[in-house]
Ligand binder design. Sequence first.
Ligand SMILES: O=C([O-])CC(=O)C(=O)O
Ligand SMILES: [Mg+2]
Length: 220
Amino acid sequence: MTARNISRFWEWGRKIICVGRNYADHAKELKNAIPAEPVLFLKPPSAYVREGSPILVPLYTSNLHHEVELGVVIGKGGTAIAQSSAMEHVAGYALCLDMTARDIQDECKSKGLPWTMAKAFNTSCPVSEFIPKEHIPDPGNVKLWLKVNDQLRQSGCTSQMIFSIPYLISYISDFISLEEGDLILTGTPKGVSAVQEHDELQAGIEDVITMSFRVDRQDH
Ligand SMILES: O=C([O-])CC(=O)C(=O)O
Ligand SMILES: [Mg+2]
């Protein structure tokens, strides 16, 4: 049996922990308050989709949004990790999309219900190739962008994050132990918007990686 390779972390079946409202400009565009503590939710590993396979629009939504985000791949597990040693737990990164059924999320918010149906469906977590840690020496200062059918929709910099990557690793690991192969989605900058069947999404981390995905309607 061959050893598991972290560069195929999406095959490991580990958890995906997502941070919401980590950019003030995105919190504002959705009329949410700037959080005093990180807002967290989870996606299951079945949410992963890789380039070459389409992002599927769930049948129950008519407002599927893209959210481009920097993903942090955990290489060494831990509980109650100190901020000062947090980066030692990082194996690398991935460019990620947090696909969101915005209409369902709005409904969940107004009813005080969890966001699972809005955030955790199949193909809700498109991911790029694994990016080794050395390729992004300063993850707190990289530019993210996303285009729909060649039109720029999102462009932001991780320097705008409210909570830094070491802070997030420390905060999360206080109550959810991190394991090798886990992925943390660090939140999206402004510019989220709806995608339709047949759209082409292209996203990138400037000077590091690009990826593209097609959007398809789910079969009945
Ligand atoms: O759905 C939202 O707006 C919260 C979120 O995931 C983000 O800010 O990245
Ligand atoms: Mg998000």
